[in-house]
Design a protein around this ligand. Structure first.
Ligand code: CP3
Length: 344
């Protein structure tokens, strides 16, 4: 097995810096687009063989050091009683958004074996297809990011409805966050039992909060999600964007690896977090639309800031953009591998 990724999660030395990309199995890959022309996103997720094929695509075509299960943060919410669609170009759309105690009360606890059996089947099929080439990452949405979709009904910029509910209706907020963290904890445990080698908790939109509000309204619940994996010896990645001012708070919530975006230099972020955790990031996804010299210079800057310290996983600060040329991505993977191999 290529164990660069797992070694870096544990801050152990390996032959080269591992690389993978969020949304690496997405629309920027022509092979993915071909499959998507025939099948919806949900159909791919619910067909174990197809899901395994899509999950494995970037391993074959890009040479990345980890695969991330092709799924979506919204899938387990169906089992909790939420009705949603995933709209092209927009993302999740909730058919009846949650905004009061009554609607939150009606949410039920996820039962992975009956609600998302296809996720567990896809994990087994993917492990088989990967044949120990690279580790498989499972994931879930963090309670705040899921709550923001449930309350707003779709992605927004300002998160006004979410924050309004958080500030005005404490009982509903805390009940919603408690229910989401319980179900996501159970969901991650089920993924680990099914065979994933690491997990990532996606708190994509948490950067809209102040550190103090993160502490009061979010931290206990993200902590609860991670607590479900206390007795499991697998690496846990904690991801967010716009989190430069709340890294210490996020660390309190839990995780072995912290995934940061480009708004903070990686060495500054690591210093804030402390060197007893690993770090993932942090190239701006838009850089991959630039000329190859600039891509290399930006990657070089990240690698230089990290220096010889072990525990860095090279990634973007957020998902790869659909318009990204595949060739740029392949060149970046090669550059990170070759540069860090030669350096050691
Ligand atoms: O390659 C991978 O990263 C694995 C697959 C994956 C998907 N969604 C498939 C997908 C992962 C890890 C996710 C997580 C996810 N889903 C997050 C957290 C990560 C992040 O980007 O912040 C969020 C917020 C969602 C909700 C969601 N689903 C969004 C914002 C979108 C994008 C809308 C768009 O069209 O750009 C989706 C749809 C989606 N999920 C796509 C993919 C590959 C793209 C659309 C498609 O192929 O139909």
């Amino acid at each position: 097995m290529n164990d660069r990724f797992i070694k870096a999660c544990r801050r152990e030395r390996s032959d080269a810096t591992p690389v993978w990309f969020m949304r690496q199995a997405g629309r920027f890959l022509p092979e993915y687009r071909k499959i998507r022309n025939k099948h919806s996103l949900i159909d791919i997720c619910k067909d174990a063989e197809l899901c395994a094929e899509v999950t494995t695509l970037p391993v074959d075509t890009l040479g990345v050091d980890a695969a991330i299960l092709f799924a979506d943060i919204m899938l387990p919410l169906e089992g909790m009683g939420v009705k949603f669609e995933i709209a092209d170009g927009t993302g999740p759309v909730i058919l009846s958004s949650l905004n009061n105690l009554q609607s939150v009360n009606s949410l039920i606890t996820l039962e992975p074996d009956s609600d998302v059996p296809y996720v567990m089947e896809a994990i087994s099929a993917t492990k088989k297809l990967l044949d120990s080439r690279v580790p498989l990452i499972g994931f879930c949405g963090a309670p705040f990011t899921l709550a923001s979709y449930l309350i707003e009904g779709h992605r927004t910029r300002e998160f006004v409805k979410t924050k309004k509910l958080m500030y005005r209706d404490h009982e509903t907020w805390h009940l919603l966050m408690d229910k989401l963290s319980t179900s996501m904890g159970i969901y991650l445990r089920a993924q680990v039992n099914a065979g994933v080698d690491a997990v990532q908790v996606f708190d994509s939109w948490v950067g809209c909060l102040s550190p103090a509000d993160y502490h009061t309204y979010v931290l206990p619940y993200s902590q609860q999600v991670f607590s479900y994996l206390k007795d499991r010896a697998i690496p846990r990645i904690h991801f967010g964007t716009g989190t430069a001012t709340m890294l210490e708070e996020m660390k309190q919530a839990g995780g072995d690896v912290f995934s940061i975006d480009w708004r903070i230099p990686i060495d500054v972020a690591w210093q804030k977090l402390g060197y007893d955790v690993a770090i993932q990031g942090n190239l701006d996804p838009v850089v991959l639309l630039a000329e190859s010299d600039l891509i290399r210079a930006k990657a070089f800057d990240i690698l230089t800031r990290v220096g010889n310290r072990s525990g860095h996983i090279f990634n973007l600060g957020h998902g790869i953009l659909p318009e990204t040329p595949q060739e740029n991505v392949r060149q970046l993977v090669d550059f990170v591998h070759e540069y860090t191999k030669a350096r050691d």
